[in-house]
Structure formats: structure tokens, C-alpha cells
Design a protein around this ligand. Structure first.
Ligand SMILES: N[C@H](CCC[C@H](N)C(=O)O)C(=O)O
Length: 278
């Protein structure tokens, strides 16, 4: 049987990816190809498509395409997965992956556990970005039962609403409405966080371009940063999401955000040439 482009299906705390290694042959996916590949019925199915590309300054460049084909500058869970994949090739335990958000150093902490330095959060209104000058600790935004989120960027835009009840939120309606709110000119990932303790946050994220996912690495970073800025959490906390737990630390010495969490390889396969050119 003719084999097309090979891929690896991976996930980080349930946030799942189709990973394509294009270091030896460039691949530019159209939005239609990306959405078809990410489709859970007619494609392989995933939250994001991850392209590993060559890079002059880092071990690899990682391109991130959401399920709707839109590109993002950061994907924490995928960064862990790609780091594990590349580390297994050479046996190294530390490497650097570059994304549009910059270089991200990663360390293999144990079998299927990776820590990534996600860099510094961006906190100014025009770095999120927002459509107008605003206090990013309390945005002038309300939707249904939620209001006044905090916002930051981890190389991608995040708004975090702090709530007392995560179970009864109408995420299917307020999620997309908030993602597309006019205040977010590049749209945004929308986190809903319940503070359970200064070192424990329960989080659900409606992701830009992917919808409700089981986990969001950059969203977990944003939730910790925003909670600490509000005085609701310490600088290190376990972020519990539907698909698993990430440990996030907002390091005091240099302001970098460290994210530690699981990675998993599910299967490998080949895409039919009809879906994508070989
Ligand atoms: N939906 C995100 C990209 C994926 C982020 C998420 N999967 C993570 O682990 O950080 C965005 O458009 O900014």
C-alpha cells in the first residue's frame, strides 16, 4: 500500500497533537488541509497540528496550527511532546525548541515527564494584545456568569476568569463568544479557574482555534501568572485540568514561567496521499 507522510500522534495531559517531522522536507499546509487533518472523523483528529522544522539557533523550530488551521505562537503541551520526541533521537536530556514566541529550553525530568521554560509572561495591554489600553489585571469584559478576567500572553493571548463554580458554566456558548470578543484583535484562549488553594488551581480552557480541550499548557501558565498577580496563588501551583495536572512555577529570580508535565505517544501512522501529498 502506498504510504504517504508519516506522523506521530501524541498528547500532553490529554491535549492531543498530530506531529509531522518536516526537518528533511518542507511542508506548507493549507488551512483546508490542516482542518481536514485535525478533523476527528475524516482526518487523524487532534487539537493542534505540530510541524517540526529545521532551525539555525535551536534544536528545532515548532510550528503550531490549531484545529481550525490558525497558527499560534505557543503551545506548552506540544512543546513538551516535541522535546521528548527529539530527546529520544539523541539521548540528550536538555534541548531548546523555538516557536514564534521565542526559544524554549526543555529538560527531560523522567520517563514521559518534561519541563519547559516558557519564558516571561507579557502583561501589557498591547502585548496580549487588546484592542485598547486597559488594566490587564481586570479587563472590562463580562459574559453571562463571568466578568473581569485577567489577561497575559505566553506568546499567545490568554484571558483567565476566576470563578467559584466550574461545573455549571455554559462553556459551549460563552467560550466561543469570548474567544471572538472585540477586545481581542487576535482572538484569545479563555481560561476558567477555580482557586482551591494558593498552590492548587482547577482550570478549564476554551482554546482559540480548537475549542474546549482537556488541557492547555500555556493556559495553565497564564492561569498561575494571573492568579499570582491577583494575590490568589503562590508562585508555584499544581494546575488540575480535565486531562491531567501540570506544575507551574513563576520563577522570582528571572520572571520566567516553568511548566512541568506528562507526555505520551499514542501511535504512529502514514497519511494517505489523498489527504496530504507524500
Ligand atoms: N490554541 C492556542 C494554541 C495551543 C495552546 C495549547 N494547546 C497549549 O498547550 O498551550 C492558541 O491559539 O494560542
Amino acid at each position: 500500500m502506498r504510504t504517504g507522510l508519516s506522523f506521530v500522534k501524541m498528547h500532553g495531559a490529554g491535549n492531543d497533537f498530530v506531529v509531522l517531522d518536516t526537518r528533511t522536507h518542507a511542508l506548507a499546509l493549507t488551512q483546508a488541509q490542516a482542518t481536514r487533518l485535525a478533523d476527528r472523523r475524516i482526518g487523524v483528529g487532534c487539537d493542534q497540528i505540530i510541524l517540526i522544522e529545521p532551525d539555525d539557533t535551536a534544536d528545532a523550530f515548532m510550528r503550531i496550527l490549531n484545529a481550525n488551521g490558525s497558527e499560534s505562537g505557543a503551545c506548552g503541551n506540544a512543546t513538551r511532546c516535541v522535546a521528548a520526541l527529539l530527546a529520544a533521537e539523541t539521548g540528550t536530556r536538555s534541548l531548546t525548541i523555538r516557536t514564534n514566541a521565542g526559544p524554549l529550553p526543555a529538560v527531560i525530568k523522567g520517563p514521559n515527564v518534561v519541563e519547559v521554560d516558557m519564558g516571561k509572561p507579557r502583561l501589557d495591554w498591547d502585548e496580549i494584545p487588546l484592542s485598547e489600553p486597559m488594566d490587564t489585571l481586570f479587563l472590562r469584559l463580562a459574559m453571562g456568569p463571568v466578568e473581569n478576567p485577567a489577561a497575559c500572553s505566553m506568546g499567545n493571548p490568554h484571558a483567565t476568569f476566576f470563578v467559584d463554580d466550574l461545573k455549571n458554566l455554559p462553556l459551549a456558548t460563552i467560550g466561543p463568544a469570548l474567544e471572538l470578543a472585540r477586545i481581542f484583535p487576535e482572538r484569545a484562549n479563555i481560561g476558567f479557574a477555580k482557586i482551591e488553594a494558593p498552590d492548587r488551581i482547577r482550570l478549564r480552557v476554551w482554546e482559540r482555534g480548537a475549542g474546549l480541550t482537556l488541557a492547555c499548557g500555556s493556559g495553565a501558565c497564564a492561569a498561575l501568572v494571573n492568579a499570582h498577580r491577583r494575590g490568589l496563588a503562590s508562585r508555584r501551583a499544581e494546575i488540575e485540568m480535565d486531562g491531567g495536572i501540570l506544575t507551574i512555577t513563576w520563577r522570582e529570580t528571572d520572571g520566567h514561567v516553568l511548566m512541568e508535565g506528562p507526555v505520551a505517544t499514542v501511535f504512529e501512522g502514514h497519511l494517505s496521499p489523498e489527504l496530504l501529498p507524500a
